[in-house]
Design a protein around this ligand. Structure first.
Ligand SMILES: Cc1cc2nc3c(=O)[nH]c(=O)nc-3n(C[C@H](O)[C@H](O)[C@H](O)COP(=O)(O)OP(=O)(O)OC[C@H]3O[C@@H](n4cnc5c(N)ncnc54)[C@H](O)[C@@H]3O)c2cc1C
Ligand code: FES
Length: 264
C-alpha cells in the first residue's frame, strides 16, 4: 500500500452538528487509493503543539475531484484547533494508513452499527458496498446510535439510496430509546442468514457487538479507535490485546475481526 504525505488544502470545514465538523480536503493521492476503514494522520498545528499528529477515519472520498472528507468531533486541544482552520489553509497529511474493512466477496445482508462519531468510516464503507454492488441480493441496514437527536447528522449527510436507516438515542429524542445494540439484537433475531456485521464506536459498544456476533456466529469486523502516536507501527503506543498476542492498531488494524479482540 502506497502511503503519501500531502499538504492537503482545506476546501471547507463546517460544523454539521454540535461540536461535530465536516472537513473537506484536497488530497489527490489519498482520494485515489483509500479504502473504507483506513485513516489519515493529520498534523494540526505547527510544532511543538500539538506535538503528535491526530488520526481520523476517512469518511468519504471523491477521487474524480481529488477530495477526501473527515468527520470529527471536538474533544480536546487538537480537534479544537482543527475546528478553527479555515478554507485555503493547508494541513500536512499522512495516508491512507492502516488496514480497512475486508469487503465480502458475496452479496448478503450487511449490518453497519455506528456509535457516535464512529459513523465516520461506515459511511465510506456503505458507499463502497453499494457501488460494488450491482449485486442483486444485497441489503444494507445502517444502525446509528447517538446521545440525542441533535447528534444525528442531517439526512443529507446520511446516505439513503435504498439503505434502511434506524436510529437509537440515549435520551429517546429520536428513534429507539436505548443503546444501538438493542437494534442490532432485533436485526439478528429476524435472521442471521448471509449476515455480516461492521461496527465502529465506543469500546463498550464494540464489546457488545462482538458478543452478539459471536453468539450468533455472524462474521463481524470492528474498527478500533485507540489513542495513537506515530501511526505507522514504530512506537507500539496503540497495541491491543488479541487472541494472537498484542497487535498494533495503526498497522494491523484499525479494523479487526471482532472475535480476535480481547476486551478488558
Ligand atoms: C484510527 C482512528 C480513527 C479515528 N477516527 C476519528 C474520526 O473519524 N472522527 C473523530 O472525531 N475522531 C476519530 N478518532 C479519534 C481522534 O483521533 C481523537 O478524538 C483525537 O486524536 C483527539 O485529539 P485532541 O487533541 O482533540 O484530544 P486530546 O486532547 O488528545 O484528548 C481529549 C480527550 O479525548 C480522549 N481521546 C483522545 N483520543 C481518543 C481516542 N482515540 N479514543 C478515545 N478517547 C480519546 C482523551 O482521553 C481525552 O479525554 C480516531 C482515532 C483513531 C485511532
Ligand atoms: S501508533 Fe505507533 S505503533 Fe501504532
Amino acid at each position: 500500500m502506497r502511503i503519501a504525505q500531502e499538504q492537503g488544502k482545506i476546501l471547507s470545514n463546517l460544523e454539521v452538528a454540535p461540536n461535530i465538523f465536516l472537513l473537506n480536503l484536497g488530497l489527490p493521492q489519498v482520494a485515489e487509493t483509500a479504502q473504507p476503514g483506513q485513516f489519515v494522520h493529520l498534523r494540526i498545528g505547527p510544532l511543538p503543539d500539538p506535538l503528535l499528529r491526530r488520526p481520523f477515519s476517512i469518511h468519504r472520498t471523491k477521487p474524480e475531484e481529488a477530495e477526501v472528507s473527515i468527520l470529527y468531533q471536538v474533544v480536546g486541544g487538537g480537534t479544537k484547533l482543527l475546528s478553527q482552520k479555515r478554507r485555503g489553509e493547508r494541513l500536512d497529511c499522512l495516508g491512507p494508513l492502516g488496514r480497512g474493512f475486508a469487503i465480502p466477496k458475496r452479496a448478503g445482508r450487511f449490518i453497519l452499527v455506528a456509535g457516535g462519531i464512529g459513523i465516520a468510516p461506515l459511511i465510506f464503507l456503505a458507499e463502497t458496498l453499494l457501488r460494488k454492488e450491482k449485486r442483486k441480493k444485497m441489503e444494507v441496514v445502517f444502525l446509528i446510535g447517538a446521545a440525542s437527536a441533535e447528534y444525528i447528522l442531517p439526512e443529507s449527510e446520511l446516505l439513503c439510496w435504498g439503505v434502511a436507516v434506524q436510529v437509537a438515542t440515549d435520551d429517546g429524542s429520536k428513534g429507539h430509546r436505548g443503546p444501538v445494540t438493542d437494534l442490532l439484537t432485533r436485526q439478528v433475531d429476524r435472521s442471521v442468514e448471509s449476515c455480516h456485521i461492521f461496527a465502529c464506536g465506543p469500546e463498550g459498544m464494540l464489546k457488545e457487538v462482538a458478543q452478539i456476533a459471536g453468539q450468533q456466529k455472524i462474521p463481524c469486523q470492528i474498527c478500533l479507535e485507540q489513542r495513537m502516536a506515530c501511526g505507522v507501527g514504530a512506537c507500539l503506543g496503540c497495541v491491543v490485546k488479541t487472541r494472537s498476542g498484542y497487535r498494533r492498531v495503526c498497522v494491523d488494524g484499525p479494523v479487526f475481526p471482532a472475535g480476535e479482540v480481547i476486551f478488558e
